[in-house]
Design a protein around this ligand. Structure first.
Ligand code: PA5
Length: 447
């Protein structure tokens, strides 16, 4: 069976193979310290063994709850932000029909998201839509204190209770939070909601394979066992060796760090399949929040080709040479569409007649890679046999482990996020949150 793999042939004009190989010793050291939990942020390494150790009773419970929700809800709202939402969305959108919202909903709730913004129109329009829909929801917050999901949950809980009454509303809410701390835990206990725990040693952006991601993914109708199976295969590959020859996570981490050292400060994750858009968003969060600290880090960006070849393509080809690309290259699409012959051929496309749309997409990918490499943009390729639960599981573990190795090579703690506190402090000060009196006084002098 094929697994996902990494190809760095197209970085050789910018970094010699020997420069990548020279990182092997560092990789060995960091790999060891991750597995032995001796490095920075070692309280947050629970995700490393998670796939192989996922309790089958937990999976069964999640599948049962998901089946119950699927029977009674047309819409399932996932309330959360950052790591408490992006992983679920990445997987659900990758596996879903591109036109999911327009499809008939036989026992298949549409998953919608809230608590990841503070848009008043967004929330108002969501509440309006829910007036005449059957729905249920999960509220996800590891800390249990994050403002955005707390605010959305207050509004949605209120709507749900008014619509169904308090008792029925309870059976339509699942809380996913810390086992003992935080406002959400207290609220869930008081109200008697069904609750799942975010493990202490798994941070938000590494939590997609905990109930944080698994519950919404199961409600969306996807096979969470297969997802975990894929992640377990990558876990096994990782534990077996740290060699750049056989561990694709190590190779990717080493290659991107060599490019960074050569002034390639921005990594663009490229996809050629529109349903990978949110996978890129998840990846951006994972890498941005893990590496961007202490004045260091590769800036993670994303593009969706071929759409963005008609916008960002110009910059990538010709702008500042501080970029490299990492392409999510999918071998086989799930569906097949052949281009028909046309007698009049007024569009001049008969040269493509009989070919699959994917053949055109693949030539766009190859042509773009050649053009961008020649234009000075190194290219790493991640080969993915197919977009299904198994390979998405592999890809999740792949990126998580590569991110941890990469963060250690950079010398940062990839498991904290001190930088996200600054905006919160200012927002609370401006809103005069109790306990922030001093900050309120100070910030008011600045405006
Ligand atoms: O990766 C992280 O730790 C963050 O992105 C968090 O997931 C995000 O801030 C949400 O936090 P919480 O789950 O505590 O509400």
């Amino acid at each position: 069976m094929k697994n996902i793999s990494v190809n760095i042939d197209n970085i050789k004009e910018f970094a010699a193979k020997a420069e990548v190989v020279a990182l092997q010793n560092k990789i060995d050291e960091h790999h060891k310290s991750l597995l032995e939990k001796t490095g920075k942020g070692n309280d947050f390494l629970g995700w490393i063994e998670l796939p192989a150790e996922t309790d089958s009773n937990l999976i069964a419970s999640i599948n049962d709850v998901a089946a119950r929700i699927r029977e009674k809800a047309e819409i399932f709202i996932v309330i959360g932000i950052g790591g408490s939402y992006l992983g679920a969305r990445a997987v659900i959108e990758a596996l879903s029909n591109n036109f999911e919202a327009l499809r008939k909903r036989d026992n298949n709730p549409l998953i919608v998201y809230a608590g990841h913004n503070i848009g008043e129109d967004y929330l108002s329009e969501l509440l309006e839509v829910l007036d005449d829909k059957d729905y249920a929801m999960t509220v996800i917050s590891k800390s249990g204190t994050t403002t955005e999901p707390a605010l959305a949950f207050r509004l949605l809980k209120n709507h749900l209770e008014n619509k169904y009454g308090k008792e029925e509303a309870k059976s339509r809410i699942i809380a996913i939070t810390d086992k003992s701390r935080g406002a959400l835990k207290k609220l869930a206990d008081n109200e008697g909601y069904q609750t799942y725990v975010v493990p202490d040693d798994v941070g938000g952006r590494y939590s997609v394979l905990t109930p944080v991601g698994l519950l919404p993914i199961a409600v969306a109708g996807f096979n969470i066992e297969k997802l975990i199976e894929g992640a377990s295969v990558m876990q096994k590959i990782n534990v077996t060796s740290s060699s750049l020859e056989s561990n694709p996570m190590a190779l990717y981490a080493a290659a991107r760090n060599v490019l960074y050292e050569k002034g390639k400060l921005i990594e663009i994750l490229v996809n050629y399949q529109p349903n990978l858009y949110y996978f890129t968003e998840w990846w951006k969060q994972l890498y941005g929040e893990s590496e961007g600290k202490e004045g260091k880090g590769i800036f993670p960006a994303g593009v969706n080709f071929t759409s963005d070849l008609h916008s960002m393509g110009q910059y990538i080809q010709d702008g500042q040479r501080i970029l490299f690309e990492t392409v999510l290259s999918v071998d086989s699409p799930k569906k097949e569409v052949k281009i028909p012959f046309d007698d009049d051929n007024l569009d001049g496309l008969n040269y493509l007649a009989g070919k699959r749309v994917n053949e055109v997409n693949k030539m766009a990918e190859l042509g773009t890679t050649i053009a961008h490499v020649e234009g000075g943009v190194p290219n790493i390729k991640i080969e993915i046999p197919e977009v299904n639960e198994f390979y998405i599981g592999e890809l999740i573990y792949f990126f998580e482990m590569a991110c941890a190795l990469s963060g250690y090579i950079l010398g940062v703690n990839p498991f904290d996020q001190p930088g996200v506190e600054a905006y919160k402090r200012n927002m609370f000060a401006l809103l005069a949150k109790p306990g922030f009196e001093k900050e309120t006084e100070e910030i008011r002098k600045k405006i």
